[in-house]
Design a protein around this ligand. Sequence first.
Ligand code: AMP
Ligand code: ZN
Length: 478
Amino acid sequence: MLRFFNTLTRKQEEFHPLEEGKVRMYICGPTVWNFAHIGNFRTFVFGDILRRYLKFKGYEVTHVFNLTDIDDRIINEAAKKGVTIDEFTAPYITAFWEDFDALGMERPEVTPRATHHIAEMIDIIQKLIDNGKAYESDGSIYYRIAAFPEYGKLSKIKFEGNIAGGSERIDTDKYEKEDARDFALWKLVSEDEEPGWDAPFGRGRPGWHIECSAMSMKYLGETFDIHAGGQDLQFPHHENEIAQSEGATGKLFAKYWIHSEFLKIDDVTMSKSKGNFFTFRDLREQGYSALAIRYLLLSVPTRKQLNFTFEGLQGAESTVERLRNFRQLVREGGNPSRSEGVDIEGRDEDKLPTGRVSASFALEKFEAAMDDDFNTAAALAAVHDMVREVNTAVAERGLTAEERDAVLDAIAKFDAVLGIFGPEESADLDAEIEALVEERQAARRDRNFARSDEIRDLLAEKGIILEDTKEGVRWKRK
Ligand code: AMP
Ligand code: ZN
């Protein structure tokens, strides 16, 4: 039974979706004003693990992941460059999806952009004006927090007295508000100013929070199962989403809330404003693989902080390489000295030592770890324990056919969730490599060393390393 920590109740809860067998979830996506950094990707990789694990558990998942393509930073940067906001965000949106795919994340079912959902935002704001939860001041529209007594139920922040300016996280607009906590739903924009949209309550542009209320409810309904995002979004962003959505519908907005802890660097939160960040691209340019970056980002459970170090990344690099070679070894029949497959059927089973490799036990441990608040660290430990056990068996005696199949099956199941072994190389590709290795052997027998070297180079280009051993030639992936 899957259990996880729900920020709304501050408790570990059993997961029961609203509709049996189906999960509807929303994760706040990036603001596309720059390249996303690996802190952002820590939160997004968790989102990917969450969706993959729910699928692993048999649920049908509808995952909505938005792009915030309008905010003050985007407007300012576009104006500085003299381009429209669409022209300004386009290359960052392309870059974001490139990074997203490279990190092995599955594309969510719906990836809406804020600027394509202005009409839905206007609808919610109109409802809030009509039911007294929003008001106009100097042409802008504000949420009236005094009209939503449950305000604070997610973040558990107690609001006492007037706290304007008391916290930098509270929106201190220049306009007159009834209460310092009130936040902008719609910001006045003059006739000749861009970007701006016409609404029954005047030309303007949306506040940030209303975007997510509009995009989540449009695709998931007024009440849905899971809402997630980084820890910093809990307040005010998610608190305001609840106020807007529940204020408009009178219904529960999201049943479960999950907040990811920060990626830190030298114990300081990685952020654009602090300048202490690495983008995914920075690390790729330094030669680190996407797989290792993904491994590092998911290696610590999401509700614990993760401190980024290059040592850690280097460690992740060796680990994913070991895992890939391990899968290759098992596929080859669990015998490290042969590349052409092993006749495991013919082995005398009676002579095998006791202590059979148990892939099903590893899978049980993996699932128990993930069921426990998505404990990815313990889930990885289950994978590594199995690898160790299998390696020992291989060194002592090789694997039975049954064991080999069970281990390969377990690897595929782990990887449906974790995605750390990387894409499965196709059997066709293996056959092609085998054929080249054979051809090189034949060339060497014919003393055609030019051809043999040529094939070695060709294989190297495909990332294949050849090793000459007593038993013959063995190949592995770099
Ligand atoms: P933004 O593009 O600023 O809207 O942020 C996108 C997501 O990244 C949000 O869910 C943030 O909470 C999350 N985020 C920002 N910085 C970090 C960090 N250092 N570690 C983990 N998540 C972060
Ligand atoms: Zn959001």
